[in-house]
Design a protein around this ligand. Structure first.
Ligand SMILES: CCC/C=C/C(=O)SCCNC(=O)CCNC(=O)[C@H](O)C(C)(C)COP(=O)([O-])OP(=O)([O-])OC[C@H]1O[C@@H](n2cnc3c(N)ncnc32)[C@H](O)[C@@H]1OP(=O)([O-])[O-]
Ligand SMILES: NC(=O)C1=CN([C@@H]2O[C@H](COP(=O)(O)OP(=O)(O)OC[C@H]3O[C@@H](n4cnc5c(N)ncnc54)[C@H](OP(=O)(O)O)[C@@H]3O)[C@@H](O)[C@H]2O)C=CC1
Length: 297
């Protein structure tokens, strides 16, 4: 979507950049010329991704560099290591993509305290630790940085069976708005993306395992009748991390094929056949005529 070289000179840290959506967004940022530090717990996974992104067939001239540094986002010392290594290699940091997450589907009453903590710690604590560390660096160095948080649509609607994730994503979303209000004076912007279903191994293994996968079709509730494509999300993420979105802050952009609209009370009526609509129309018109007659009488 953006022109070639649109992110040249920018350095972005992508948490969870070794897999799934973080990897796809990192790929696009690198193609656009950004230097990208990818970090997550598994060094072997991020090393392999860094190698892949640096050696892609058709890699454009002017594509960015990739640095892979292991980091558990629950650990401030490891976050500070990522920040110092990134500055040492690329000179500065312009953007932070908080994309790391943990999640699995479960009735809430089956969760141990530790299970609940594990999700909230990765998603909420990890997001505010990283944002705080990078934000302090930006304020101290007068850099107008940009944070982009990968949220979910249920961060605002709520959802059963993923309650720790909903709690944590909801908290991170409120942080996005709150800090956008507070740090605007430093030129720092914070936005979020709320994706609908975008197939990744990480999400599908934990949210649509068998027998759930055979029982439900995630596209059935989506007005556009399909899941998202990674390139569609990467376009939006690159735009929100770029200077082209310079007047947008505190915003959450939903990219879900209209899935959240399924909550509308009558939105499921696509199951009604054309013949049934003929009958319904006649029934309503009959009721209209009857009520008119009552008015005349
Ligand atoms: C498409 C829609 C939106 C998508 C949104 C996304 O975020 S997709 C992103 C998807 N991507 C990812 O999630 C990627 C990263 N995810 C992961 O690494 C793991 O899934 C993790 C989040 C469990 C963390 O692993 P870890 O090694 O740090 O932790 P651990 O193994 O030690 O477990 C901690 C506690 O949780 C318990 N527990 C675990 N499973 C279940 C269960 N099914 N049932 C009940 N409990 C369960 C486990 O028993 C333990 O508690 P205990 O017994 O000690 O009291
Ligand atoms: N796929 C989808 O349909 C949707 C995804 N999302 C969001 O998109 C984002 C990416 O998810 P997706 O790509 O699907 O799934 P993935 O499982 O591929 O991505 C999650 C990433 O988080 C990293 N991670 C997990 N725990 C930690 C930790 N403690 N410290 C650092 N990194 C960690 C993982 O790497 P490692 O294991 O090496 O640490 C992994 O790279 C998440 O925020 C998710 O909530 C939102 C809505 C829908």
């Amino acid at each position: 979507m953006l022109r070639d070289g649109a992110m040249q000179g920018k350095t972005i840290i992508v948490t969870g950049g070794g897999t799934g959506l973080g990897k796809s967004i990192s790929r696009y940022l690198v193609q656009l010329g950004a230097n990208v530090t990818i970090c997550s717990r598994r060094q072997a996974v991020i090393d392999e991704t860094a190698h892949e992104l640096m050696n892609e067939p058709g890699r454009p001239v002017g594509a960015g560099q990739v640095l892979a540094i292991a980091c558990d986002v629950r650990n401030p010392a490891e976050i500070e290591h990522v920040i110092s290594q990134t500055i040492e290699k690329f000179g500065r940091i312009d953007g932070l993509l908080n994309n790391s997450a943990g999640n699995f589907i479960s009735p809430t009453e089956r969760l141990s305290y530790k299970a609940f903590d594990t999700i909230v710690d990765i998603v909420l604590r990890g997001t505010y630790y990283f944002t705080l560390a990078v934000g302090k660096y930006w304020i101290e160095n007068k850099i107008p940085g940009t944070v982009l948080n990968i949220s979910t649509t249920y961060a605002t609607t709520g959802s059963g069976y993923v309650v720790p994730s909903a709690v944590a994503k909801g908290g991170a979303l409120i942080m996005t708005k709150s800090l956008a209000a507070e740090w605007g004076k430093y030129g720092i912007r914070l936005n979020a993306i709320a994706p609908g279903p975008f197939p990744t191994k990480g999400a599908w293994d934990r949210l649509f395992p068998e027998p759930l996968a055979s029982m439900m079709d995630p596209t059935s509730r989506i007005p556009l009748k399909r899941v998202g494509e990674h390139g569609e999300l990467a376009n939006l993420a690159a735009y929100l991390l770029s200077d082209y979105s310079g007047y947008i802050t505190g915003e959450t952009i939903t990219i879900d094929g209209g899935e959240v609209l399924a909550a509308g009370e009558f939105s499921h009526l696509e199951q009604v056949s054309s013949e049934q609509w003929d009958m319904i129309e006649q029934t309503i018109k009959q009721a209209n005529r009857a009520s008119k007659k009552e008015g005349q009488g």
